[in-house]
Design a protein. Structure first.
Length: 33
């Protein structure tokens, strides 16, 4: 059970990183008007 929760934590961190990267990409691709 502990292992599972650790893996879930890592997954959440990775998802957060991907979300942040996506936001950064959007800002880079779409110039601020």
């Amino acid at each position: 059970m502990k292992n599972w929760s650790k893996s879930t934590q890592i997954n959440m961190v990775i998802q957060n990183q991907i979300l942040i990267l996506s936001y950064n990409c959007i800002y880079i691709v779409i110039p601020y008007p």
